[in-house]
Ligand binder design. Structure first.
Ligand code: GCB
Length: 603
């Protein structure tokens, strides 16, 4: 067994925030729209001093009648949190810039605890201020972060919480300027004020270690991982119980991070057929936290993917974190349910959460429904691979994605990016991310969606991107018949990889507008898309024996400013198997039938 005692030293993210006592700060927030960032910079474009009364993080209420105030929060201007701003007001539909959010709240601390403001996600940059003091700044639109709030800063009445949210795109950010999805701005996930003891359980990994290569997990498999306290407390007694399995494991802490290692006696292993989750209770001298954790093993063995020691075939679908019916970012349980039920109807046992970490409600639900997950950071297309700073930003997001979800059994693949153009600089950058991902979590597969050069396509195509050497699963996006030639080209096309690893099709798709009917040669018709999938499925059936699954692009039509055909697109990417109203297109039934067949053949 390999012992996974790896933790990124800089990370202060608190895991399993759901289980913590917290004041939920969701709801109505007041806002000021500030395209020139007047509330942040003075007229010489220097950042305002913290105490400057013109700064929008400071009170908007004049003290004397002679005071000059040029900003103010009012109930005339409010936004709902969580939620992107674009869908909430017609004037914000295409807004990319800064909006200041403000929430007043009362809070009575209960004792001698520590307090943290936790944000599920803010797209893209968040500067957070409480009662005029800056708590911190975070970049990255899809991962959580928390800032400690000194207890002395909290008031019983009228705390003045301000978040400056800026979703402008920049070349040196992750993602970069160019993406094929809409850049929804705002506080898009939950906000909480969390109360914790002085020394608390900050993070833990309670997962099965890797099994002996190619072997089924032992009847009494070993949990190996670690437990991290907020402060180094060597000598403290730590306990993990799994009541249903009668496990009570005790260990003495060795510092901030303590390795753990114990056996489970004959557990029901987590799988799509039986997504068993166990109640797990973690305690230290001063803290206790509960979780629901599934135990399973995942590995590649030769050219196969083994779940609990048995080969699997992944019947996947790519999903954007968007509710197209309301043209907004998805968040929370209801949205997760809607998207996952759609995938379930298609016959999926796997989802690729593209192209960024989705709301935690999604991965909690995949855990309880038994749907395998590919989770990805938005290292997308042509980010600045030559920049150390950009690499650090990508690593920070990788770290946050993994820390949030490393106890979720459903997640089997961490992806470090999508369709990155081959060059030595790119390969070094991506290799670095893969190494980091393995360092953070050596129990899951690491992958990246590689791309295909359509100009160079032949009958025999080899997926030989040099990154193939470093990933566990060779995954590639192909759109043969949409971006290259016509769908009948699939008849003579074969795929392989020289890396002797499992091969996964991480995207394939064509546009079709629901309700537009024509002959199958007419692009954007449902019939064209249906033909495309018929030819693709016939090609899948000729894939080599290391073909382990496919995730078509994409579950639903989604908003993209790059899609400007005035008849068929109008700002929508129409590659959904469902349209933006939830209607199933003809192509849906082709994939559904294929998945039905595959579910009988391979488990
Ligand atoms: C891709 C990208 C995906 C796009 C899709 C398309 O290869 O990975 O983000 O939306 O193609 O529709 O072109």
């Amino acid at each position: 067994m390999d012992l996974v005692v790896k933790v990124n030293a800089q990370s202060n993210l608190i895991t399993n925030i759901e289980a913590r006592r917290a004041l939920l700060l969701n709801g109505t927030w007041q806002y000021i729209v500030d395209p020139y960032e007047t509330g942040f910079y003075d007229y010489r474009y220097k950042e305002l001093k913290e105490s400057n009364t013109d700064a929008y993080w400071n009170s908007d209420v004049p003290v004397n009648k002679t005071d000059k105030k040029e900003h103010g929060y009012t109930d005339k201007n409010t936004l709902k949190v969580p939620g992107d701003w674009n869908h909430q007001k017609p004037e914000f539909l295409y807004y990319e810039g800064t909006i200041w959010y403000k929430k007043s709240f009362d809070f009575k601390p209960t004792g001698s605890g520590r307090y943290f403001l936790y944000f599920g996600a803010v797209n893209y940059r968040a500067d957070v201020y409480l009662n005029g003091k800056k708590l911190g700044m975070h970049k990255g639109g899809f991962t959580p972060f928390n800032f400690e709030v000194p207890a002395s800063l909290l008031k019983e009445k009228d705390n003045f919480l301000v978040v400056k949210v800026d979703n402008k795109r920049y070349a040196d950010e992750v993602p970069t300027l160019n993406t094929d999805w809409w850049n929804y701005g705002g506080i898009t996930r939950d906000v909480k004020l969390v109360e914790l003891p002085q020394t608390f359980i900050q993070d833990y990994v309670i997962q099965l270690g890797k099994p002996q290569p190619g072997k089924a997990p032992a009847r009494n498999p070993e949990v190996s991982g670690w437990l991290k306290l907020s402060d180094a407390k060597p000598g403290e007694s730590l306990t993990i119980t799994v009541p249903e399995l009668k496990v009570k494991y005790q260990v003495v802490s060795t510092g901030a991070v303590t390795p753990i290692n114990f056996k489970l006696i004959n557990p029901v292993l987590w799988s799509p057929e039986h997504p068993k989750l166990y109640r797990v209770v973690v305690s230290s001298a001063t803290d206790q936290v509960e979780d629901r954790i599934g135990f399973r093993t995942i590995e590649t063995s030769g050219e196969q993917v083994l779940l609990n020691g048995k080969p699997i075939f992944m019947r996947g679908i790519c999903i954007h974190g968007e509710i197209p019916q309301e043209v907004r970012r998805a968040h929370g349980t209801d949205d997760a349910k809607q998207l996952l039920l759609q995938a379930h109807e298609l016959g999926c046992n796997m989802v690729r959460l593209a192209h960024y970490p989705h709301d935690e409600a999604m991965t909690r639900m995949t855990d309880s429904l038994g749907i395998l997950v590919w989770s990805e950071i938005p290292v997308y297309w042509t980010i600045n691979f030559g920049s150390q700073e950009v690499l650090d930003k990508a690593k920070a997001q990788l770290n946050e994605m993994i820390t949030r979800d490393h106890n979720k059994a459903s997640i089997i693949i961490w992806s470090v990016g999508n369709e990155t153009p081959i060059s030595q600089t790119r390969t070094d950058f991506m290799h670095n991310l893969i190494t980091e991902a393995k360092h953070l979590d050596s129990s899951r597969m690491i992958s990246a969606a590689l791309e295909v050069n359509y100009a160079a396509l032949k009958n025999e195509n080899v997926v030989d991107d040099p990154l193939g050497e470093f990933v566990d699963l060779v995954a590639f996006n192909e759109y043969l018949g949409w971006y290259g030639g016509l769908p009948d080209q699939c008849r003579t096309t074969n795929w392989s990889t020289p890396y002797h690893k499992p091969l996964f099709i991480s995207e394939t798709g064509a546009e079709g507008k629901f309700g537009f009917h024509a002959d199958s040669l007419t692009r954007f018709s449902e019939e064209f898309q249906e033909w495309y999938f018929k030819e693709q499925v016939a090609m899948f059936k000729r894939m080599p024996s290391n073909y382990v699954g496919v995730a078509p692009w994409v579950l639903n039509d989604f908003r993209s400013p790059k899609r400007n055909n005035p008849l068929y697109q109008e700002g929508w990417n129409r590659k959904g198997l469902y349209d933006d109203k939830g209607n199933k297109k003809k192509a849906f039934y082709i994939m559904q039938a294929y998945y039905k067949e595959m579910s009988k053949r391979v488990r």
